[in-house]
Design a protein around this ligand. Structure first.
Ligand code: NAD
Length: 246
């Protein structure tokens, strides 16, 4: 049995993670902690899952690394500077693994992977991301990450920028440009989290679409991370390598 502690256990994601850990074979929930709880209550855990807040996560991870706990981290707000701090701390504690993933949805990760594969074959590409109206940021982090991966794949394939006249003339009015890839953001009641990557060529289009309908969609990725993190000392970014698609 692998003992798992959840930080942020009363939150939307953390409470879902507690249920998923309790239901997972070979995993045991040994601590469910939220703000004001003493982290020492996680002393018997082998792996910590953190879905707290950008303000809290670095202190939580320092505690984990100092105490030899592997960590699976879904909390957002990781800058390159923060990742460097983690790398430095992990270098002093070889054997400890930390997995930081901005998106634990296996479908979303595959959508980005397939989009990067297709990008090498199409000059024309645009992204539409659609979310509930309470989402504050636009474009979404996943859309920006997809655009960066598509742009990198286009550059590697030496594809030029989209040649369509309307794309050039209407650029400002047609959503944001992320590394030359246009991203359109829709905020609408009834939506949860959705994204389409559209590719176009003479006489055909290809659309890769992903729909998140429930927070449960993140749990298989989180549980896969919990099972894998102990085998991956140091810092791992994203679940692509764990899924074998990165
Ligand atoms: P939430 O506000 O519902 O929950 C956060 C919880 O953390 C709260 O219960 C809060 O009291 C608790 N908390 C705050 N500081 C703490 C501390 N020091 N120690 C322990 N608990 C503490 O938020 P949420 O929707 O569950 O999201 C949590 C984080 O996960 C956010 O950063 C969000 O962007 C991110 N997120 C990531 C993914 C992913 O796939 N990586 C998916 C969804 C959300």
């Amino acid at each position: 049995m692998t003992g798992v502690a959840v930080f942020g256990a009363k939150g939307r994601m953390g409470s879902e993670v507690c249920r998923a850990v309790e239901a997972a074979e070979g995993l045991s929930l040994v601590a469910a902690l939220d703000v004001d709880d003493d982290l020492a209550a996680a002393a018997s855990a082998e792996v910590v899952v953190d879905f707290t807040s950008p303000d809290a996560v670095m202190r939580n991870l320092s505690w984990c690394i100092e105490h030899g706990k592997h960590a699976v981290v879904g909390t957002t707000g990781f800058t390159e500077d923060r990742l460097d701090v983690l790398r430095d701390q992990l270098a002093e504690h070889p054997g400890v693994g930390v997995l930081v993933a901005a998106n634990f949805s296996i479908g979303a990760v595959l959508m980005m992977h397939f989009a990067a594969q297709a990008a090498a074959f199409y000059e024309s590409v645009e992204i539409i991301e659609l979310h509930h109206p309470n989402k504050v940021d636009a474009p979404s982090g996943t859309a920006a990450a997809t655009a960066r991966r598509v742009a990198a794949a286009r550059a590697a394939a030496a594809l030029s920028a989209p040649p369509d006249a309307t794309t050039q003339e209407l650029a400002g009015a047609r959503g944001a440009s992320v590394e030359g890839v246009r991203v359109h953001s829709v905020r609408l009641r009834g939506l949860v989290a959705h994204q389409e990557v559209l590719f176009g060529a003479e006489g055909e289009t290809l659309t890769i679409r992903h729909d998140s309908l429930d927070r449960a969609s993140f749990m298989p990725g989180v549980i896969a991370g919990v099972r894998a993190v102990g085998e991956r000392p140091g810092l791992t970014i994203g679940i692509e390598q764990i899924l074998g698609v990165g």
